[in-house]
Design a protein around this ligand. Structure first.
Ligand code: P6P
Length: 334
């Protein structure tokens, strides 16, 4: 019987992965479905953020008698909560929290994964209705299963990720995640409340014509970066251009667009902030994993982002990420 399977939901997709890889325990699939659930709840709140004034401002009590929280705290609580009450995560580290959180109940301690996330990146853009996002990375814990996780479980290089992804709360809401087997994008179908496979096997175009950087910092960048930016501006039909500059100021949106269309995103170090602004664990590593699996590249200007051994939970890193040929041209300037 030919069952009409026009679109696969996230649940069906992750279960199909299990059927294709019988040796898998199903823990990672369970963790990814948990993230999908939390993201649906966050999406609901993000979509009505502009209405908060009507429903009661942050810090007040809303019509349901619940305290209205800042959206990034709300998002942090949602992702932490579903992972803590699931059966696949032994602890989390969040861009919103100073320290990691060990899930010390017996069931969670038996889990083999930890999750690191930025629950709501770019939240300052909410007030002006610009897309924002959630970014996450999943690692196999280094400490023994059954024990309470420690900091070393969270200070792993990005090349140790088993999965990474992001949710972009934009004109439509998408969940994109990568495992070593590939990158797949799911669009939230509000009519059924399910993530549906809309972008199977995403590949980063080898080159592109979009460069993303905050020009406001131009005179704070090192000369090599200034030279490369000016080359981008001088591109024309004779040398692979013309390029266009696109910078939304929300990393999830900028990197997602470049992943689909081809392009390069740069957040260099500046005179004031030599390490740049972006967090290695919560922003750089997940995107570096996703874009690399999709065929692109990501460096800090000197080495592959994924090879950096973290020393602190909140350390920052300069970030250059995107289409391989554009990254290779940039590297001739660095
Ligand atoms: P700037 C948002 O605050 C964020 O962390 C990223 O999402 C974004 O790419 C970057 O900062 C924008 O920073 O300094 O250009 O405003």
């Amino acid at each position: 019987m030919n069952v009409n399977r026009k679109v696969q939901t996230l649940d069906e997709f992750t279960i199909q992965q299990l059927r294709d890889f019988p040796q898998a325990t199903g823990e990672l699939s369970h963790l990814l479905r948990n993230i999908g659930l939390a993201a649906k709840r966050v999406n609901t709140e993000v979509n009505k953020a502009g209405l908060v004034d009507i429903l009661g401002d942050f810090g007040t009590v809303n019509v349901q008698g619940e305290e209205v929280k800042k959206l990034d705290i709300y998002a942090n609580d949602q992702f932490t909560g579903v992972l803590k009450h699931g059966i696949a995560c032994a602890g989390i580290a969040s861009e919103e929290l100073d320290d990691f959180v060990a899930f010390d109940d017996a069931k969670s301690a038996k889990s083999k994964y930890v999750c690191l996330f930025d629950p709501l990146d770019g939240s300052s853009n909410i007030d002006v209705n610009v897309s924002i996002g959630t970014i996450f990375g999943v690692y196999r814990r280094k400490t023994e299963v059954g024990t309470v996780v420690t900091q070393e479980d969270f200070l792993q290089p990005g090349n140790q990720q088993v999965a990474a992804g992001y949710i972009v709360y934009g004109s439509s809401t998408m969940l994109v995640y990568a495992t070593r087997r590939g990158v797949n994008g799911f669009t939230l179908d509000p009519s059924i409340g399910e993530w549906t496979l809309s972008h199977p096997d995403i590949k980063c175009p080898e080159t592109g014509k979009i460069y993303s950087v905050n020009h406001g910092n131009f005179f704070q960048y090192e000369k090599a970066i200034q030279d490369y930016i000016q080359i981008c501006q001088k591109k024309d039909k004779t040398n692979g251009g013309p390029y266009t500059q696109r910078y939304i100021g929300s990393m999830v949106s900028d990197v997602h667009r470049n992943l689909i269309k081809g392009g390069i995103f740069m957040y260099p170090g500046t005179i004031d902030k030599p390490k740049g602004k972006l967090r290695l664990l919560y922003e750089c590593n997940p995107f570096a994993f996703i874009v690399t699996v999709a065929g692109g590249k990501a460096t800090n200007g000197k080495e592959n982002i994924l090879d950096i051994q973290p020393t602190e939970l909140h350390q920052r890193s300069p970030m250059f990420i995107g289409s391989t040929q554009m990254m290779e041209e940039l590297e001739t300037y660095l």
